[in-house]
Design a protein around this ligand. Sequence first.
Ligand code: BES
Ligand code: ZN
Length: 463
Amino acid sequence: MQSLLSYVESNKDRYLSELKGLLAIPSVSTNPENSEDIRRCAGWMADHMKTIGLQNVEIFPTPGHPIVYGDWLKAPGKPTVLLYGHYDVQPPEPLDLWTSPPFEATIRDGNLFARGASDDKGQVFIHLKSLEAYLRNGGDLPINIKLLIEGEEEIGSDNLEAFVREKKELLKSDLVLISDSSMFAKGVPSICYGLRGLAYMQIDLVGPNKDLHSGSFGGTVHNPIQALSEIIAQLHDRNGKVTIPGFYTGVLPLTKKERNAYKKLPWSDRKYAKELGVEKLYGEKGFTTLERVWARPTLECNGIWGGFTGEGAKTVLPSKASAKISMRLVPNQSSAKAAKLFEKHVRKIAPKSVKVTIRNLHGGEPAITPIDGPGVQAAVSALEKGFGKKPLYQREGGSIPIVVQFKELLGIDTVLLGFGLPDENAHAPDEFINLDNFFGGIRTSLHFFNELPHFIKAHGKKR
Ligand code: BES
Ligand code: ZN
């Protein structure tokens, strides 16, 4: 282990320049204009896997963006880890809010800034460098590993399910390892055991059949922007609860144990509000901030548009208005059901004065992962060695749609080992990965692979 750690130590600069190359590719999965970049990024991943000594590297096309696979299976009798991550990124817009360009990775104050630095290229790269250290120093891994790096996570992983269904044998493993989440705070490593699901909707309203002079026509027809605002305003009540009938049906309640554990975490609402620049926090009454984001379902408007938004003033009564609205879901809710309830309710409350189209853009299911297995024990021990501190347990508000399918289709549990930070601006301008976390992540990954066989063996004996 010592020689691996010093190998990492002496290759830091090379790692960063390689990572900058990966981050230079604008692999924005939601934008059709970037499909060539997506393909280039898949190629970069595959080439890099080969370079570090992985085998059977293959790019699998899908009806959407390609999936990159590679493995190293020369440790007979040892456990097999399925390492999942994604090479696609969220759109970088608004570009003018970036301090340095999103696809020119730049280091400032110990952080590496670029779109995908943390979510998720940087975190995938952490494990690639850990594997490289093993394969270049003696040439063997203490485990077998299969890598599955997809290009559609940020748009709901729609084509990955079919791939997993079809390639059960290829993907057969003992546990899934994912680094695509955050630590609780800087210097506070954590193991994540819960993710929310998602149902992402779009509402399009059409009022009059063309844009109208707001003087000549104002007061005669329902402005679709107003109608849309009225609909959106009705989706929450005074207590911050979502008003869609049936929305909370079946929601898995927080256990007493969880509520007590969350209360003990180092958390301050005041500090949180201050960091976000708000006077007052908002949310469902009766739950703490951490409970609301980790274990309660919510509804957010992601974007709203219509009418005139340019410089200056234009007096117009627009024909159209639209909004993108997402619901975060918690265990025992289903994305398809939430989408149905949403559609039914919005149709019901929409006024007759406008035409309504509702679309379900994509979704993902919520997940809870077990924390008593050998994978998590190995992760606890590895984090302690990598960051010098025992991790705490937390859930997350974000979603990784494939986690539930790994369990359902392959029967394997996932270990969520996040190296991001809650304030790293994922999905926003100035996304970054903290370099201490990046290198701490590589050390943790080295220890994790090293210790996993031992924990799995001990766990098997106990049972
Ligand atoms: N890395 C995130 C998931 C995440 C976010 C985990 C925050 C923990 C905390 C992932 O890349 C992501 O953003 N997923 C999407 C999935 C969606 C499009 C189905 C998300 O959560 O919005
Ligand atoms: Zn993301």
